[in-house]
Design a protein around this ligand. Structure first.
Ligand SMILES: Nc1nc2c(ncn2[C@@H]2O[C@H](COP(=O)(O)OP(=O)(O)O)[C@@H](O)[C@H]2O)c(=O)[nH]1
Ligand SMILES: [Mg+2]
Length: 220
């Protein structure tokens, strides 16, 4: 069962045959320690839940056909220490590299929701500074542990709405489907953001050419 609220690299599409384009998307997984970031990535890559994942920070590549289009995800599974100054830190490299973010908390860990809230705030500030359009999806994981729930769906949904992020509640332990929906939704948002950027760049070009023409006329 998945709960969803709907609310976007550098351009790195490569031309394939005809109009088909290969889409590449860099995705960074953020969130506190122990919320299931690695479980979510491994589920997406292998369709399996293996239980224990260790504390390795890795970048994985995963290529697939989605809606008849070749898509290649590069997924940065980050490692976030729970305590100290480093808690909730998002590096400049991650900010520059990412086309989109998946921000995970555990529905049975109130502290992890606090970290998610801080990271949403950091992302907003950094995005404004870098004029980045990278979309964010907030994910409440461990939905199977209802009896230990400490964060209501409503709180998660409100956080997402307030920051214009996507939202899902899932269980990486129980289903592959929820995880798949998160990546597909993020891909849609990334493609939307690229199209908007392209449109805005095109519009700027038209405005530049028009002002060149009218500018010249005035001086003639
Ligand atoms: N019950 C339950 N446990 C989960 C779920 N996802 C991850 N876990 C467990 O939570 C722990 C931390 O997972 P991990 O992926 O290593 O978290 P990370 O530190 O955020 O990468 C592990 O023991 C996982 O088996 C889930 O959806 N439900
Ligand atoms: Mg991990």
């Amino acid at each position: 069962m998945v709960v969803q609220v709907n609310s976007r690299t550098r351009q790195s599409s490569k031309a394939m045959d005809g109009n088909q384009q290969k889409v590449e998307a860099n995705v960074v997984l953020l969130g506190a320690e122990n919320v299931g970031k690695s479980a979510l990535v491994v589920r997406f890559l292998t369709r399996r839940f293996i239980g224990e994942y260790g504390d390795i920070e890795s970048i994985y590549s995963h290529c697939d056909k989605i809606d008849g289009r070749d898509v290649c995800f590069n997924i940065w599974d980050s490692f976030c220490p729970q305590n100290g100054k480093e808690a909730g830190h998002i590096s400049d490299r991650q900010l520059q590299w990412a086309d989109g973010f998946i921000l995970v908390y555990s529905i049975c860990d109130r502290e992890s929701f606090k970290v998610a809230r801080q990271q949403v705030q950091r992302l907003r500030q950094a995005k404004a500074k870098l004029s980045s359009t990278a979309p964010v999806i907030i994910v409440g994981n461990k939905r199977d542990l209802q009896h230990r729930r400490a964060v209501s769906s409503e709180e998660g949904r409100l956080l997402a709405l307030s920051a214009d992020c996507g939202f899902f509640e899932i269980s990486a332990a129980e289903t592959y489907h929820g995880v798949l929906m998160v990546f597909h939704e993020l891909l849609d948002l990334i493609r939307e953001a690229r199209a908007l950027k392209k449109g805005a760049a095109g519009l700027k070009g038209i405005v530049r050419s028009m002002s060149a023409v009218f500018g010249r006329k005035r001086t003639e």
